[in-house]
Design a protein around this ligand. Structure first.
Ligand code: SR1
Ligand code: MG
Length: 407
């Protein structure tokens, strides 16, 4: 019989104490369960008499946000831990260190990042993160390149992919991102004032065609080991440092999915800005900063990825002239489409984002929701003809203008 059970705070303390190298021997420990995400328990264990601390993250056998009626495999804790270990090996400054784990109890003990801010919150508060684009560009380039057929032995990659078969968590994405927003679903969640938008999404067959293409990519294109849920709630930041957490949705999929997650979430914050800024000057500074970040995420990713390709490539046929440019354009197109899907799901589907839901004024909130849908739909509709990051920015501007005209 399995020993699995959800840990109590006392058990979390006993576990932390039993691990060598985290706390000094005589220290008195406290513990708080601080998990505010959709799926897991998170214990923050701190010392009363020093600044030593740690995090114990434990999976529960269902989706916490919905309840026991939505069972989920505990194996996701192993997948998350192994993804963290791989990402830490490839980007040691950008990923927390794993100290210990138990696959049976589905927990991982890791570095505490309490002095960091969750990026979504930092952006809502209007903070600037000048190093973020460079850091995340590097994270994306290194984790995606070195787990793809470009930077990894192709037989070893297949073996590794076998360890990252993640059906439960992939199904969440397949349903919540690529299906529910386009049909009547009990999972959907939006207020009555945007029913017209939800109905338009359900009836837009040319849009469904593009989503079906992106969904097929998500289902079948095992390009590299993805983080799988790289939104701004999965990233801790300070102005100087970035740490990527929570890769429990990791699986082998299309590289553009991770890049699109970042771009889509920066754009969700961008469309929300009028809801958070009464001052016109501040508003335009922040909007411009966010669009610059979108551009820089891509340009940093592209520069690092091209550098890795030119210096670390293992695949002979990939040296064929023109192939690198083709490959990067395909990633960018996928990223544009996935960014759009991610924006749409956060407005009409299950699990919204505080950037938009937290806007205090109802009419500004509704305006942000409509703008997110306009931008998201534009990105999905036109993703296959994108040729540069500037085309993505143009699609964003175009949607903003269209919304302005229709007011
Ligand atoms: C039922 S889980 C809902 C969402 O939370 C995670 O962060 C993923 O984005 C998932 O789609
Ligand atoms: Mg998460």
């Amino acid at each position: 019989m399995s020993a699995y059970h959800p840990l109590t705070a006392e058990e979390a303390i006993a576990l932390a104490k039993s691990l060598p190298g985290i706390f000094s021997e005589s220290t008195v420990l406290n513990c708080r369960e601080i998990g505010d995400g959709n799926l897991n328990l998170v214990f923050h264990v701190t010392s009363e008499n020093s600044n030593e601390s740690t995090i114990i993250k434990q999976a529960v056998p269902y989706a916490k946000v919905v309840g026991e009626s939505w069972p989920l495999s505990l194996d996701r804790a192993r997948i998350e831990r192994q993804a963290l270990e791989i990402q830490h090996r490839l980007c040691s400054d950008l990923v927390p260190e794993v100290y210990a784990y138990s696959d049976e109890l589905a927990y991982t003990v890791m570095e505490d990042l309490s002095e960091y801010t969750i990026m979504r919150k930092g952006l809502i508060d209007g903070n600037a993160y000048p190093k973020f684009a460079e850091h995340i560009g590097q994270f994306l380039a290194r984790t995606l390149f070195f787990t793809s057929d470009l930077g990894m032995n192709q037989q070893e990659k297949k073996e590794l992919a076998g360890r990252f078969v993640n059906p439960d968590l992939c199904k969440i994405t397949e349903d919540l991102i690529f299906e529910d927003p386009y049909r009547n679903s009990a999972n959907n969640n939006y207020s009555a004032n945007i029913e017209d938008e939800a109905e338009a999404l359900r009836n837009d067959l040319p849009l469904h065609f593009e989503v079906a293409l992106l969904r097929e990519k998500f289902l079948t294109h095992a390009q590299a080991l993805l983080h799988g849920d790289l939104h701004t709630g999965s990233i801790f930041v300070t102005p100087e440092s970035t740490k990527v957490i929570d890769p429990e949705f990791a699986y082998f999929g299309p590289m553009g999915f991770d890049i699109g997650a970042i771009i889509g979430n920066l754009l969700l914050n961008y469309v929300a800005q009028p809801g958070w800024n009464q001052n016109v000057e501040n508003l335009s500074i922040r909007e411009e900063r966010l669009l610059d970040m979108v551009k820089e995420v891509w340009t940093h990713f592209e520069a690092s990825f091209r550098h890795l390709w030119n210096t670390e490539l293992l695949d002979e046929m990939s040296k064929t002239p023109g192939y690198q440019d083709y490959y990067l354009t395909e990633i960018l197109r996928d990223a544009a489409g996935f960014a759009g899907c991610k924006m749409i799901r956060r407005i009409v589907g299950l699990s919204h984002v505080a950037d938009i839901e937290g806007i205090p004024d109802e009419s500004l909130r509704e305006a942000a929701q409509r703008k997110a849908l306009a931008v998201g739909k534009n990105l999905v509709r036109h993703h296959r003809s994108v040729g540069s990051i500037y085309d993505i920015l143009k699609l964003v501007q175009l949607a903003s203008t269209e919304i302005g005209v229709s007011k």
